[in-house]
Design a protein around this ligand. Structure first.
Ligand code: C2E
Ligand code: MG
Ligand code: MG
Length: 764
């Protein structure tokens, strides 16, 4: 009920009720008036009778016209209703008064018979009127008073005992009527109020039920209700879609009869008043669809709080799961052989060391390198090389026990961890030797590589561990050195790590002193490899170091950077690279043609981890007065393995002065999406190993697609490196890659040639 209706005190519904009941009283009133007129014709002058009757009929007509108007145009407007009520009350009062006047005009005094007849008639009329108008106390009471008071007065005036007694009776009757009227009116008002409240409540319940139904039907998650017998009593559209079934089919289904019972534990938990949950694969019985679902069940209760079944919410997490698996695979597995990669190997080695200590058992680490793999690759191509690697992986896996780990950590380098060996050094060495020899023999068997039968040998370096004494790095180095020794000793051999390897250490030391000399004598040079956008326009370059050795000629970075990293020489070398790159950027920024070029510089993890790395970059930017936004640092995933928080802090500090970041060799190491999200990167660089076989290897294509999708979701640029053919470029472009680098656009070249290339209008 709104506020304006409350002001009338009577609800329009009440008025409506009253008006619809009052036409009967109108008709009865007119009939009674006619009977009265007829009966009084002998005792009252006919002019009075006609006048009184006419008046009664006119009033009845005007009241009837009010009723008709009300019926024809029921109004909601408060002021109209109020005006009508007022008119109605006036009509009722006037009608009552006319009847009252009859006791003077129509009834001769001292005529007890007519008086009695009249009082009787009026009592009935008033009773009927009061009941009809009882919805409105004012109308009903007014009517009763207007009709009966004049009768009582006329009776009292007559003064004879009978008349006075009748007058008193009329007054008592009137009092009684008013009391009854009060009671009736209260009840009626209360009834209307209750009815309105019930209607409003019903409307609220209906609206909330409708909302709930809409919510369930259009919910983006699947929902079903079930009873304590595990029979489904309701399900929404989404659930039907997840199960590839229809709502009609699912509703009424007894889940006890399902093929896949994996969700039952969760369903029953809800019935036992607990929250049930299930995450995993689910085979739908009817459609045979197989999805990963995440389901949560809660008990459902009746109004008394008794559990009558459960409500389950189901989400299809298949896509999420597939993406997570793809990322997991990228992070931990070598995509070619599906063997664990270096990261997973590190993890497994850590576990192996811990369990060796716990169980007092020894273990061994074997480094296996294929002899002459490079020449196979060069002569028969990468496809054949890949085939060989896959077969080697299979043979290795089948040569060791199930709990042992076989990993691929680089081109043709495999690592095997043997666990649970004897705790006695001689015995464990014998066990390792036996397995090593078996591996050598297995790998020596001929390989069928498409049409080629191929023979190869391998070199294995082995080292033993028995506790945590040696760290992972140290163990890997030992196995690597042993493998190097095996190769040096004529290949196709197994060598254990021997601590006395002075010759190797010596040779390393000699390269180290050569490197120091190279720094002093300025034997390093930067080469520049162009980077282009999706319309082949150069937008920048990567600076790649070269060592121009006085005797050995140009030495590529992979032959000296690892050693420089090991010896710490990477720090002064890295500083030189940065300085040279910044000087070059300055020169470019002075020329309109080259002003916008972005120069990428490779940063090794040792460099990045220096406490003053941020200050070094800031100083270089400031000293050379370059626009910092044109300098891009290429970092690698391996840096993220330790102290991710430190990496994020350093990157943020550099980001604040405008430096850009690219994540180099992406996909080959550690690629946790969670960590990537935290890094303020600008670009992801798809490793060239994925680009190389893109046109022939669908696995690589899938990985590249995942990387690009991932980069998009992180709002990062993607650049592919090592693009050598137009076919590769097209494939990458189709998958959404926007930037490219590789020999297709230009090899790394000295600055003079690079600048000449930029001037060449054929490519700009
Ligand atoms: P990177 O940063 O991934 O550089 C890309 C490598 O791919 C370069 O090898 C480049 O010459 C090569 N490349 C580019 N396009 C193609 C192509 O189409 N096909 C093939 N097969 N290869 C292509 P590069 O110059 O031998 O450098 C090797 C690695 O040495 C670099 O890998 C980087 O990790 C490191 N490096 C190079 N210069 C520096 C440096 O100044 N500082 C540090 N810390 N590392 C450097
Ligand atoms: Mg790089
Ligand atoms: Mg790279």
């Amino acid at each position: 009920m709104n506020r304006s209706n409350q002001k009338i005190e009577m609800h329009p519904l009440q008025i409506q009720q009253m008006l619809s009941a009052s036409h009967t009283s109108l008709i009865i009133g007119v009939l009674l008036a006619m009977i009265l007129a007829y009966m009084q014709r002998v005792v009252v002058p006919s002019a009075v009778i006609i006048a009184w009757l006419t008046l009664t009929v006119l009033i009845a007509l005007s009241r009837a016209s009010l009723l008709v108007a009300y019926k024809l145009s029921p109004a909601d407007d408060y002021s109209v209703i109020r005006a009508r009520l007022l008119k109605f009350r006036i009509g009722v009062l006037v009608a009552g008064a006319v009847w009252g006047s009859a006791s003077f005009a129509m009834i001769p005094a001292h005529d007890p018979q007519h008086q009695l007849f009249f009082v009787f008639m009026l009592a009935g009329l008033t009773a009927g009127g009061v009941v009809s108008f009882s919805a409105d106390f004012v109308s009903a009471a007014g009517y009763a008073l207007a009709t009966l008071i004049p009768v009582a007065i006329s009776l009292f005036i007559a003064k004879d005992d009978l008349s006075v007694a009748m007058g008193i009776s009329v007054m008592l009757y009137l009092g009684f009527m008013i009391i009854i009227l009060r009671y009736l009116n209260k009840n009626l008002t209360e009834n209307v109020r209750l009815r309105l409240e019930a209607v409003a409540r019903e409307e609220t319940v209906r609206a909330s039920e409708e909302r709930y139904r809409l919510l369930l039907t259009h919910s983006p998650v699947g929902i079903f209700h079930y009873d304590t017998d595990l029979v489904i009593t309701y399900c929404n559209d989404r659930l039907a879609a997840i199960l590839r079934n229809s709502i009609e089919h699912i509703t009424g289904l007894d889940m006890k009869t399902l093929k896949d019972q994996s969700i039952h534990h969760a369903l029953n938990n809800a019935i036992a008043d607990r929250i049930g949950s299930y995450e995993g694969r689910y085979w739908a019985t009817h459609s045979d669809s197989n999805a990963w679902i995440d389901m949560t069940c809660a008990p459902s209760r009746d109004e008394k709080g008794r559990i009558v079944g459960g409500i389950a919410i189901v989400q299809d997490i298949t896509e999420r799961k597939v993406a997570a698996d793809a990322i997991q695979n990228l992070a931990f597995y070598d995509p070619l052989t599906l063997l664990p990669n270096r990261r997973l190997l590190t993890d497994r080695l850590q576990q192996a060391l811990a369990s060796s200590l716990r169980n007092d058992r020894a273990g061994a680490l074997l480094f296996i390198d294929l002899d002459n793999f490079k020449s196979l690759n060069d002569n028969l191509g990468h496809d054949i090389g890949d085939l060989l690697l896959k077969q080697v992986a299979q043979r290795l896996t089948s040569s060791v026990r199930e709990g042992d780990t076989v990993a691929r950590i680089g081109g043709d380098e495999f690592v095997v961890i043997l666990e649970d060996l004897s705790k006695h050094p001689v015995q464990s060495a014998e066990q390792t030797e036996a397995i090593g020899k078996k591996i050598l023999a297995v790998l020596n068997q001929p390989y069928q590589l498409v049409a080629h039968e191929y023979h190869t040998t391998s070199s294995i370096g082995a080292t033993l561990f028995h506790d945590h004494e040696l760290g992972i790095e140290e163990l890997m180095k030992q196995a690597d050195i042993a493998m190097y020794q095996a190769k040096k000793g004529g290949r196709n051999a197994l060598h254990f790590f021997a601590p006395k390897m002075q010759d190797i250490i010596n040779s390393l030391a000699s390269i180290e002193s050569d490197l120091r000399k190279a720094l002093r004598d300025r034997q390093f040079q930067l080469h520049y490899q162009t980077q282009v956008d999706d319309s082949n326009r150069p937008y920048g370059a990567e600076a790649l170091i070269r060592w121009i050795h006085p005797e050995r000629g140009m030495i590529p970075p992979l032959q000296f950077i690892p050693l420089a990293e090991e010896t710490g020489l990477i720090l002064p070398i890295g500083k030189w690279v940065l300085d040279t790159a910044c000087a070059q950027l300055k020169a470019w920024q002075l020329d309109t043609l080259t002003r916008d070029l972005i120069l990428s510089v490779n940063i090794s993890s040792k460099q990045f981890r220096q406490a003053d790395f941020v200050a070094q970059i800031q100083t270089a930017v400031w000293q050379h007065a370059i626009d910092a936004t044109r300098l891009k640092l290429e970092i690698t995933e391996s840096m993220l393995l330790e102290n991710i928080d430190g990496v994020v802090t350093t990157m943020n500090a550099l980001k604040a002065i405008g430096i850009r970041f690219s994540l180099d060799d992406f996909g080959t190491g550690f690629s946790s999406l969670q960590y990537l999200k935290r890094l303020p990167l600008d670009q992801i660089k798809i490793d060239q190993s994925f680009v190389r076989d893109l046109t022939i290897d669908s696995n690589d294509r899938a990985i590249v697609r995942t990387i690009i999708a991932m980069a998009r979701s992180l709002k990062l640029d993607v650049i592919a490196e090592g693009v050598e053919t137009e076919e590769q470029r097209q494939l990458l472009l189709n998958k959404g890659c926007s930037h490219f680098q590789g020999n297709l656009f230009g090899e790394p070249i000295p600055i003079e040639q690079f600048e000449a290339l930029l001037m060449d209008p054929a490519i700009t």
